[in-house]
Design a protein around this ligand. Structure first.
Ligand code: ZN
Length: 571
């Protein structure tokens, strides 16, 4: 007999997670550890590994005593912890910095996640600034070890990183991003306390933040960048074959091999191009696919005339065309609010979604890149809205904020992608597969009657299909970076600049980009299976409920759908 219970296991685990990763705690909306930073040493990750083995053993012991509902919870819990345990030997923490991630771009987000509002909050921010040099020394220590083991990024993953660190050293403290949260402090705390806090912040930025970034910039420039791997393939690293396999397993949550994924990609690209050709015929045009794409790119009619026009189009599609129809295919609409807002800078994707906190303190947001309004094709808008907002990431993100769900299922650690596979899951295939599957729901919702909107969906889809080909191509099949760029140029309508950026991302996060298509194909396959086996008994709302409830790895999703089919057949 055990004295343990599922509740205490889950709450012990969650408290431990927040404690081990104070930055993640801040992101999750907890204020408990806002004054400290994580320990970034090999010893810490080894301790995490040991702790997770204990959590797993507790879960296994409970498995034989709990009821069926709790058993289901345990399955998701075990998958969560097993992901870390399985990924641990591959040392994902040896790659903490690249051009998309790392302290030089992420540290400032801590105060965006938790904007300070009282004296204690401001003091916590200052305390973190003061700890920064010690934290940097730990990161440098781990990266020095990585260099000695030959576990480094390719130089394309490090472009601009040293400059970014040096940017934080330049200019007046007053203009530093790290001073920004303190600018209006007097309004919140009064002149006297406010000025004192500002003084302390200035000191902490000089002695903490700037000292840390100068140490990091010197290390990267003198030691790390010269030691970067020469080959783009992660498989060229010591233990790289196993590392790439583990990355694919982490991001797809399946055991598909690189060769299988590559082959599926080639087949999907062909299928999508065939469908595109049918649309060109439907439009009554006598053009090759290449000529058609060229014409689309050069026709100003296909793009927006102003930022307001673009923002307005998102509002119209999401609130007038999609939202009123949602309950045709879903049991309920999202409960939480969705704000449609502009990205602060131009250097962002066309649109992206950020989930709010489960207490509603921070609403969910769809960020629209209004800076690049004149390069956002109108025909991709329906697809983009379905993916990023409704029913895509917002409905899915809102669904998991259920009161009766444990915290580990509600909050995904949407950061530190480069530490895959040695980290807790981000469920790439499930989350992004759902996004891409949602794009196909435009058919169910009657939103693709205009052939151009349907073309837009296919053009978004082919991008994800190409990723299957080039990610595996570069990491497992000996493709060069140039070959990958050329393949994307030949099969997508994106600009060369965008494609080079994409390819560098695939080099930097091996396997991440294949999750989207693999997840979508799995959800579509399961829907087809349910439709065929259930016939008249198939109910799209029920099917979507099962999928939404199974947020996690794809093998668990598949098992849940199979159970649903069996249950429905026997009812
Ligand atoms: Zn997405």
């Amino acid at each position: 007999m055990t004295d343990d219970s599922l509740d205490s296991l889950l709450s012990d685990f969650w408290n431990w997670r927040l404690q081990q990763s104070p930055e993640f705690a801040t992101m999750a909306g907890s204020k408990l550890y806002n004054h400290i930073l994580e320990e970034f040493t090999e010893a810490r990750f080894e301790a995490d590994f040991e702790a997770c083995k204990v959590f797993l053993a507790r879960a296994k012991a409970l498995g034989s005593v709990v009821g069926s509902e709790e058993k289901e919870e345990l399955e998701f819990f075990e998958a969560e912890v097993e992901t870390f345990v399985e990924g641990f030997p591959h040392g994902g923490y040896f790659f903490p910095i690249n051009y998309m991630e790392g302290v030089q771009v992420d540290f400032q987000r801590l105060t965006e996640w938790a904007p300070p509002s009282d004296l204690k909050d401001f003091e916590n921010v200052i305390a973190r600034y003061r700890l920064f040099p010690a934290y940097i020394k730990q990161i440098v220590g781990v990266m020095q070890k990585a260099v000695s083991k030959g576990l480094t990024n390719h130089a394309c993953s490090m472009k601009g990183v040293v400059d970014k660190c040096r940017e934080h050293l330049a200019g007046e403290i007053q203009d530093s991003v790290f001073f920004a949260p303190f600018k209006a402090v007097n309004e919140l705390l009064g002149d006297e306390a406010g000025s004192k806090v500002q003084e302390e912040a200035r000191e902490a930025i000089t002695d903490g933040m700037r000292l840390g970034f100068s140490i990091l910039a010197d290390f990267l420039e003198k030691e790390y960048v010269p030691a970067c791997r020469k080959d783009v393939a992660v498989t060229s690293l010591p233990g790289g074959q196993e590392l790439y396999k583990a990355c694919l397993r982490f991001h797809t949550s399946t055991s598909l091999t690189a060769e299988e994924i590559h082959q599926r990609g080639l087949e999907e690209v062909k299928r999508i191009e065939d469908e595109m050709r049918i649309i060109i015929q439907e439009l009554g045009l006598k053009l090759s696919l290449e000529e058609f794409i060229k014409q689309l790119r050069n026709d100003k009619q296909n793009f927006y005339g102003s930022a307001e026009e673009l923002l307005g189009a998102f509002h119209t599609i999401i609130w007038d065309r999609v939202d009123p129809q949602l309950t045709k295919i879903f049991k309920a609409k999202p409960k939480g609010a969705l704000e449609i807002t502009r990205t602060p800078l131009a250097d962002y994707p066309a649109a992206f979604y950020i989930a709010g906190t489960s207490d509603g303190a921070r609403p969910s947001k769809l960020f629209v890149n209004t800076h690049k309004f004149d390069s956002q094709p109108k025909y991709e808008m329906v697809s983009l809205s379905l993916h990023e907002a409704l029913p895509g990431h917002h409905l899915q993100g809102d669904y998991i904020q259920r009161d009766d769900w444990p915290e580990f299922r509600k909050v995904m650690e949407d950061r530190a992608y480069s530490q895959a596979p040695t980290r807790f899951p981000i469920n790439t295939a499930y989350v992004e597969g759902w996004g891409l599957y949602s794009e196909t729901l435009g058919h169910d919702l009657g939103l693709y009657s205009d052939p151009m909107d349907r073309y837009g969906h296919l053009s978004e889809e082919i991008f994800r299909a190409c990723r299957l080909v080039v990610d595996t191509g570069m990491h497992a099949l000996g493709w060069s970076r140039e070959q990958a760029v050329q393949y994307m140029m030949d099969h997508t309508a994106a600009s060369k600049e965008n494609i080079v950026g994409e390819v560098d991302r695939y080099v930097t996060w091996p396997g991440q980009a294949v999750g989207y298509k693999i997840g979508q194909m799995k959800i579509l396959e399961l829907r087809k299976r349910a439709e065929q086996e259930l016939g008249e008994k198939f109910d799209i709302k029920e099917f979507h409920e099962v999928v939404l409830k199974a947020a996690g790895p794809l093998d668990l999703l598949e098992r849940k759908v199979d159970e649903h089919i069996k249950r429905t057949l026997s009812s």
